[in-house]
Design a protein around this ligand. Structure first.
Ligand SMILES: Cc1ncc(COP(=O)(O)O)c(C=O)c1O
Length: 420
């Protein structure tokens, strides 16, 4: 597809490009906002052009310099999906992006595209429950094993664990900050491990789930990552009204993922791509307000007698080695908090049931504030004991902070703690 914009993205910030980049109104009846291209298929101007499009799309031939393939069919490409991908890539300064029907679709397709039977994947812990299930339960059925590492492990520790499996390292996969504890994984360390096991024939990619901080507060590609994945359902979508995912990086890393998507058919749809484009126009505004509100709530929690501990990046203090990593790797603390209430599961449930403004719901990153109990909800599969070892205790509550007035959020948390 032709790149419709004549603005060089290097001239401007992503915020300024989100309303225009990749779209020419004169190609759509002068519409100021891109329409939804709600179509399954596209008409070729001639049979020869149609055949050429397939040659390029199926990798049978490389496009010539400045040759843009026409659109074929919405499982492969759609103008709305391509515009949303081009706009999303700007935030992470990635060469290219691929959109998916969910965050899990982006993650699983990334793993399928780059791993092979006989490989081992090194995955950080804790990790989102769905990713945990796929890596620990599904991949082993296809001859792909895993090793886990956490923020304490050095590059030597991780490498020794990989070597002990006797397998070829296929990917290092990190989620940072980790859901739900906000543990930070050192991406430079992960990149060093991936480099140790890379060969001239096969580069071991480092894939990073950047859902928690989003492209406003963390740029993994600048810290050694090769692939960034998102649950776009969260901050990128930001309004709690869509499910989507994304993978970003260089063409060398993303093209095989996009090729896999063509055959798994788990791309996003035209309406969701359009909703995402709408959401990207306010990404920074929303995330900065959410981060400001989160600071107010986290400070209130820290000083409350019914709170045992608070996991919030903005509370990391100078002198703590995690603070150095935070300063090096992150651009802000974001809007995610988890905290341990004094007592146990019953106290956590009483708190959750007493909330009035926060919704008792999983998911995160939306304009509305949400609260959940990771140990018995999003992360229940690992079991109580294994969860506790990772800091996901029965008294841990996860809060995703929205854009409501911070005074009301603090008041709601205060009254719910009083009833817990
Ligand atoms: C960190 C993280 N990654 C990935 C996912 C999966 O995303 P989705 O629900 O869009 O499939 C989630 C969902 O909660 C998540 O929290």
């Amino acid at each position: 597809m032709a790149k419709w914009s004549d603005i060089d993205p290097a001239e401007m910030h992503p915020e300024s490009l989100m309303m225009t980049y990749g779209f020419r109104p004169e190609w759509s009846e002068g519409a100021a906002s891109p329409p939804i291209f709600q179509t399954s298929t596209f008409v070729f101007p001639s049979a020869a052009v149609g055949a050429r499009c397939f040659e390029i799309a199926y990798g049978l031939s490389e496009p010539l310099p400045d040759e843009h393939s026409d659109l074929i069919y919405s499982r492969l490409n759609n103008p709305g999906m391509e515009m949303a991908e081009d706009r999303l890539a700007l935030w992470d300064r990635a060469e290219t992006a691929a959109l998916f029907s969910s965050g899990m679709a982006a993650i699983t397709t990334t793993l399928w595209a780059h791993l092979r039977p006989g490989d081992v994947v090194a995955a950080s812990s804790p990790i989102y429950g769905g990713t945990h299930h796929f890596i620990e339960t599904v991949l082993p059925q296809y001859g792909i094993e895993f090793i886990r590492f956490d923020h304490h492990d050095s590059a030597d520790d991780i490498s020794a664990r990989i070597t002990a499996t006797g397998r070829r390292l296929g990917m290092v996969y990190a989620e940072t900050p980790a859901n739900p504890t906000n543990d930070l994984i050192d991406l430079q360390r992960c990149a060093a491990v991936a480099a140790r096991f890379s060969t001239p024939e096969r580069k071991v990619p480092l894939a990073v789930d950047n859902t928690f901080l989003g492209p406003v507060f963390q740029h993994p590609l600048e810290h050694g990552a090769d692939i960034v994945v998102y649950s776009a359902t969260k901050y990128l979508g930001g309004h709690g009204d869509l499910i989507a995912g994304a993978a970003l990086g260089s063409h060398a890393m993303i093209d095989p993922i996009r090729a896999m998507r063509t055959f798994t058919g788990n791309m996003t749809n035209p309406f969701t791509a359009w909703l995402l484009m709408r959401s990207l126009t306010t990404l920074r505004l929303r995330m900065e307000q959410q981060a400001e509100n989160a600071r107010r709530v986290a400070d209130f929690l820290r000083d409350h007698p019914k709170v045992k501990s608070v996991n919030y990046l903005g509370h990391l203090a100078a002198g703590d080695p995690r603070h150095d990593l935070y300063k090096r790797q992150c651009l802000g603390a974001g809007g995610m908090i988890s905290f341990e209430i004094t007592g146990g599961r019953a106290d956590a449930y009483r708190f959750l049931d007493a909330l009035r403004l926060f919704k008792l719901a999983v998911s995160l990153g939306s304009v509305d504030s949400l609260a959940e109990h990771p140990c018995s909800m999003t992360h229940c599969e690992a079991g109580v004991e294994a969860n506790a070892a990772k800091g996901i205790t029965e008294s841990l509550i996860r809060l995703s902070i929205g854009v409501e007035h911070p005074d009301d959020l603090v008041a709601d948390v205060g009254q719910a703690l009083a009833r817990a």
